[in-house]
Design a protein around this ligand. Structure first.
Ligand SMILES: Nc1nc2c(ncn2[C@@H]2O[C@H](COP(=O)(O)OP(=O)(O)OP(=O)(O)O)[C@@H](O)[C@H]2O)c(=O)[nH]1
Ligand SMILES: [Mg+2]
Length: 338
């Protein structure tokens, strides 16, 4: 099950109390204060783990409390610190304060961490309060309190390439052809209800990620179909491939509807690098090539024809994806291309 939004509650450990104690030993005339410090409470930390792709774990377990610090002891022994709690979340998890909805962190990179609740410091024991003029302090500090809060986690998938198209365009079939992902495929619209992520092996050593997104329809940005709830995932893809079926009789019209949906959602989406892929070429009508040529001549982006069934054009499609992702990476990192 794909879960992309959950609320969890976290509580750090409270600090252990400092200890009040005096050394009492036979034959030692004046034992001084020897109460140790309390231990620090555990932290609650969220960390991005690239192996995870859903917030499912947090759906089943939504309360996390770290261990309290142990109180100080006599003979200057400090209490043990409480253990931290580490919550593993997928890369692309946005963390918000559940009450104010303020964004607290966006864990994008593998291993990136967010300290959600800091453990309370331990209290000082009475030994720490001894001074030249006050040699027998009878008080110690209590530990600092725990921090409790509710966090809203929202997963926004991160992929190099996002597949966008009307329902049934062949997006899931394509991702199952070029990656090991095994999404459900069927000849009815809205087969895909949740995004699928696939890793495409490229040449010998490289790879890139492709997201198969649920179908988009006209009005999606106003909430029609499944559009809106998934359009947000498109935000985190770096380049887009717009799929249109070969037997569509007006490529330009379909393309405009799809582009318009993206733009209505956010101008950022419409600025992403993109190209067109005409799918299902194995069952194209005779006239399709003419329509493809027309589309090519009226667009200044690539138009690429392919079929997942016959395999025609699939390698070239992967090449094109790879190159566009490369160009985008160069741009993002400010690398000049030769
Ligand atoms: N002939 C032919 N049929 C295809 C090709 N690719 C996909 N199909 C068929 O088209 C139908 C829809 O394919 P999907 O891959 O489920 O389409 P989708 O774009 O993921 O659809 P949604 O998830 O509903 O948005 C299925 O019946 C596929 O078998 C192709 O290259 N050639
Ligand atoms: Mg699908």
């Amino acid at each position: 099950m794909f879960v992309d939004q959950v609320t969890i509650s976290v509580r750090s450990g409270k600090g252990g109390a400092g200890c009040v104690s005096f050394r009492r030993e036979k034959y030692v005339p004046k034992g001084g204060p020897d109460g140790g410090n309390g231990g620090k409470g555990g932290n609650v930390i969220l960390v991005a783990n690239p192996q995870l792709h859903t917030l499912l774990d947090q759906r089943y377990r939504h309360a996390y409390s770290a261990e309290d610090g142990v109180k100080g002891q006599k003979s200057l022994r400090s209490g043990r610190s409480g253990e931290d709690i580490i919550i593993q979340v997928p890369c692309g998890t946005v963390i918000r304060d559940a009450e104010t909805e303020e964004m607290l962190a966006d864990l994008v990179k593998p291993g990136q961490q967010y300290l959600a609740a800091r453990g309370g410091l331990g209290g000082r024991g009475n030994a720490e309060f001894a001074t030249a003029t006050h040699q027998t302090p009878r008080h110690a500090e209590s530990g600092r309190p725990a921090i409790e809060k509710d966090l809203m986690l929202e997963l926004k998938l991160i992929a190099d390439v996002g597949l966008v198209g009307f329902p049934n365009a062949g997006k899931s079939t394509l991702i199952s052809t070029i990656s090991a992902a095994k999404p459900k495929i069927a000849d009815y619209p809205f087969t895909t209800l949740e995004p699928n992520l696939g890793i495409v092996r490229y040449r010998e050593y490289d790879s890139f990620t492709v997201a198969d997104l649920p179908g988009l329809i006209e009005g999606a940005h106003t909430g029609k179909g499944l559009g809106i709830q998934f359009l947000k995932h498109v935000e985190r893809t770096r380049v887009l491939v717009i799929l249109i079926e070969s037997f569509c009789d007006d490529y330009m019209r379909d393309l405009e509807v799809l582009r318009n949906e993206l733009a209505s959602y956010s101008s950022e989406l419409s600025r992403k690098p993109w190209f067109v892929a005409i799918s299902k070429m194995d069952s194209a009508d005779e006239d399709a090539h003419t329509r493809i040529d027309e589309l090519r001549s009226s667009l200044d982006v690539d138009v690429h024809a392919f079929s997942s069934v016959s395999g025609e054009g699939v390698t070239a499609l992967k090449d094109r994806m790879w190159n566009l992702v490369g160009e985008q990476t160069a741009q993002e990192f400010g690398i000049e291309e030769e």
